[in-house]
Ligand binder design. Structure first.
Ligand code: KIV
Length: 259
């Protein structure tokens, strides 16, 4: 079993081989996804919303990300583990980003960090990459900007936004990132970027032309109360869990009556 590396992801792109990314937040789910052949486990700061019950990702702390990334690293054998840098831990300066990225890599044992932002994060991505920190970029919809943008929506529908997304993705590549997430951008942009860039594009809500796809664990397995329109649930975990818990509860209550 060969462990996945950042170089391998680039190789996959060269060979037109799609990589599969999935979010993970704990050891057992990491183990299951790893055994299912997922290439990259993303410890996304979606952690805050789908696991910790926060309203947005803005509230997630560095310690929370490190704790969950450590669990994911303990659970997997083959997959590459990427950990999101949470809001406020990398925007001040490249130096601040480097210090916190090193904490994440050293304390969790993960392989790379992901940061949101394109052109305005280019200097930081370059600083980190030059100093041995593999960085995954993230452009298009930036959930950490929710308090500025007001709602989660597609980005790149106007000419101005389209140019912005394209310039952001190119800046991320030029700065030395190992891959770039394209979140909620039109499929035409995702397709154009996947052809233009040498680093793998990782799509979410951006059509199927990307080099890789990522989904949130809870959306894929039908755990989320409501999925975003682009995310198909491949099972209905919530209903099955509810049925199992009800069946067990009934057994418990019946056994009480037996006594
Ligand atoms: O936090 C996250 O899970 C993410 C993915 C949606 C790309 O950033």
């Amino acid at each position: 079993m060969k462990k996945i590396s950042c170089i391998q992801l680039l190789e996959n792109k060269k060979q037109a081989k799609k990589s599969v990314w999935l979010t993970a937040y704990d050891a057992r789910s990491a183990q299951i996804a790893d055994q299912a052949g997922v290439d990259v486990l993303l410890v996304g700061d979606s952690l805050g919303m789908v696991v910790l019950g926060y309203e947005t990702t803005v509230t997630v702390s560095l310690d929370e990300m490190i704790a969950h990334a450590s669990a994911v690293v303990r659970g997997k054998k083959r997959a590459l583990v990427v950990c999101d840098m949470p809001f406020g831990t990398y925007q001040v300066s490249p130096e601040q980003a480097y210090e916190n990225a090193v904490k994440i890599l050293q304390q969790s044992g993960c392989d790379a960090v992901k940061i949101e932002g394109g052109m305005h994060m280019a200097e930081t991505i370059h600083f980190l990459s030059q100093r041995g920190v593999p960085v995954v970029g993230h452009v298009g919809l930036l959930p950490q900007h929710i308090k500025m943008i007001g709602k989660y929506r597609q980005h790149g529908t106007t000419d101005e936004e389209r140019e912005q997304v394209i310039n952001d993705a190119k800046a991320v590549e030029k700065s030395g990132a190992v891959a770039v997430v394209l979140e909620c951008v039109p499929a035409s942009i995702a397709s154009e970027m996947s052809q233009a860039l040498t680093i793998p594009t990782v799509g979410i809500g951006s059509g199927m032309a990307c080099d890789s796809q990522v989904l949130v664990w809870h959306d894929l397995l039908g755990i989320s109360a409501k999925n975003p329109p682009f995310a198909k649930a491949y099972m209905d975990f919530s209903s099955q869990a509810e049925q199992a818990i009800s069946a067990w509860s009934k057994d418990v209550r019946c056994s009480d009556e037996d006594v």
